[in-house]
Design a protein around this ligand. Structure first.
Ligand SMILES: [Zn+2]
Length: 293
């Protein structure tokens, strides 16, 4: 069976909803879900906000109520198959009478015995890989952290920007970046939650100092539930992460520069191995985003 325009639209809605879990859902994945009734009309939607609270599917089913019966669930990640603090979502979908489930990305932890297998056994029509690439825009850091067994690390820094730090931070939206990160490490080695108090209370027991070994520190942070870490500081902060091969992304803010001038003597723009992925012009400079291929 093919996927309809209504279903693709619902998946894009689910993907955008899933992003509301960034900076709070970890160690769980940020997931979004939309329920369509038997006529294809959206009747419920939800996302997973934090560990211990209902998963996206359960939130969407709660909003849809009886209208889910005979309908379709559109979800960005394979519904779970494990009893945690909440019953498995695949069972909730089956119990609600959903007859069709569209999934963007398969949960790499399900090892073939996840929600898909269980739902198919129960006679539910399941399609996987629906807009997977678009769903990964939100899920990629979580998937990468899982794969590497360490948080995805992004370094945000400024070069050549004039003015007080407070103004630069506003201009360059660093606060917004912090909101999407589980944890933020500053120049002084201090660690804090990206948005204070947003994660489940038992998730983070962050010691407020990170030692000299970034690889070891990241392992400990991963164990504590951190899936994304923002480094907010200068090159001295990032150099050990670069050296340890554990820096994934750089967001470099380059302040306003004259049309003619001498090249800076402060060294290369980006550490070796990084490739430019996007550049945008902002009011007071440019933003260069680079990653390791
Ligand atoms: Zn679930």
């Amino acid at each position: 069976m093919t996927t309809s325009e209504f279903e693709l639209d619902a998946m894009r809605r689910a993907i955008s909803l899933s992003a509301f879990g960034l900076g709070s859902a970890s160690p769980n994945p940020p997931v979004g879900c939309v329920i369509l009734d038997r006529d294809g009309q959206p009747v419920g939607e939800g996302f997973h906000e934090r560990k211990g609270e209902p998963h996206a599917e359960v939130n969407a089913l709660a909003a849809a109520g009886e209208r889910a019966r005979g309908g379709t669930a559109v979800v960005t990640l394979e519904p779970c198959n494990h009893f945690g603090r909440t019953p498995p979502c695949h069972q909730a979908l089956i119990d609600a009478g959903v007859v069709r489930v569209l999934i963007a990305v398969i949960d790499p932890t399900s090892r073939g015995v996840g929600g898909v297998a269980r739902m198919r056994e129960a006679g539910v029509e399941v399609e996987v890989g629906v807009l997977a690439e678009e769903a990964e825009v939100v899920l990629r850091p979580w998937l990468g952290a899982l794969h590497n067994r360490r948080p995805r690390v992004t370094w945000v820094c400024e070069v050549g920007a004039a003015g007080p730090t407070a103004i630069r931070r506003q201009q360059f939206d660093v606060l917004a970046l912090c909101a999407g990160a589980d944890a933020v490490l500053d120049d002084g080695g201090k660690l804090k939650e990206g948005r204070p108090g947003r994660h489940s209370a038992d998730v983070f027991s962050l010691s407020d100092e990170v030692g000299d070994d970034p690889v070891q520190a990241l392992r400990a942070l991963y164990e504590a539930g951190v899936r994304t870490l923002l480094l907010d500081g200068g090159p001295d902060l990032a150099v050990q992460f670069v050296g340890g091969g554990v820096l994934d992304e750089i967001r470099l803010y380059v302040g306003e520069t004259a049309p003619s001038g001498a090249p800076p003597t402060s060294g290369p723009l980006l550490p070796g191995g990084f490739r430019i992925r996007s550049i945008s012009r902002v009011a007071e400079g440019i933003v260069v985003v680079a990653t390791i291929p």
